[in-house]
Design a protein around this ligand. Sequence first.
Ligand SMILES: *Cc1c(COP(=O)(O)O)cnc(C)c1O
Length: 393
Amino acid sequence: MTDQQQSSHREGHLKGGFETRAIHAGYEPDPTTGAVIAPIYATSTYKQDGVGGLRGGYEYSRSANPTRTALEGALAAVEEGERAFTFSSGLAAEDTLVRATCRPGDHVVLPDDAYGGTFRLFDKVEQAWGVEHTPAPVTDVDAVRAAIRPGQTKLVWLETPTNPLLNIGDIEALAAVAHEAGARLVVDNTFASPYLQQPLTLGADVVVHSTTKYVGGHSDVVGGALVVRDLDLAEQLVFHQNAIGAVPGPFDSFLTHRGLKTLAVRMERHCDNAEAVVEFLTRHPSVVQVIYPGLEEHPGHAVAAKQMKRFGGMVAFRVAGGEQQALSVCERAEVFTLAESLGGIESLIEHPGRMTHASVAGTELEVPADLVRLSVGIETVDDLIADLDRALG
Ligand SMILES: *Cc1c(COP(=O)(O)O)cnc(C)c1O
């Protein structure tokens, strides 16, 4: 690590509460201009003062760029990690992690309801390079233990909450199961965001993010991140991030960093609005089931209450009128935009069976046809409820 990167890394450990770290960690006002916000360093290369005389260690922007260094310092600080690495998408982060930690013949345990793109990455890409996988339910610690192949399993992959059924896995318990077998626990923390849950503090070895979602938070940038505590693993990731090169550009890094600074206030409002929407839906006669980890009847409620600060902005529900009504609710909503993705300031509605989860139709990952998924945004909550009331008819 270079001096300047080293010092950003230390700033990543700036003390203080979550909000203070999200706003200040990773960057000190620029010594020459005093710029309070990390500038967008739109440069691919850096002048050297004599051969090998790098200023602040910057040499070429695939290896490091100051706008990206600032973002990585802040992400490490909010996840309570030692180092963070950012990528051009969440899937690029995942692929880089697999190449850094697995070799042909190795094995990975995956959630049986993993994010579709994660499942496809392992099933269609990593498998062809000799990395095998076994799906197991995140809610069942014994099933995950049974899926591990001692000596061969390198990663136990966890998402919690999962998509779209919001199943909850116990991070502490699964970290113990992975470690007993000499494997690492990877937690995709995209749905909770670092504000609601910090998996490294519960024993996880790697946190994965699609920063496209809550961290960016404004549906205007695609990106991914890995956060770790172990410095040997960090060195492997430094090498692979540069050697593979799926890095975010300076403008993407800037947007993602800008989003991260307001994550705490956005998440509080996402949670407030989701709770009000859940309360409305549970009383609505055409809704047969509301799925939200904050509800006491949710099977993962106790574990979620133990490891999450609040229960997030994602809500799913099933309607009495079957698939037809589920489709019509999605089409009639106006404030809720009919779209895939999640985690932005605007509310989104979708039909998982025909949209995000269409590719798993007919498999054991199939989701109910009468299911609707909401990413509850931060608009005026009365408008969100009135919109759903109208759409439900
Ligand atoms: C979106 C998403 C990903 C993939 O991230 P991209 O930025 O789209 O590549 C991975 N995991 C989860 C849980 C996601 O929601």
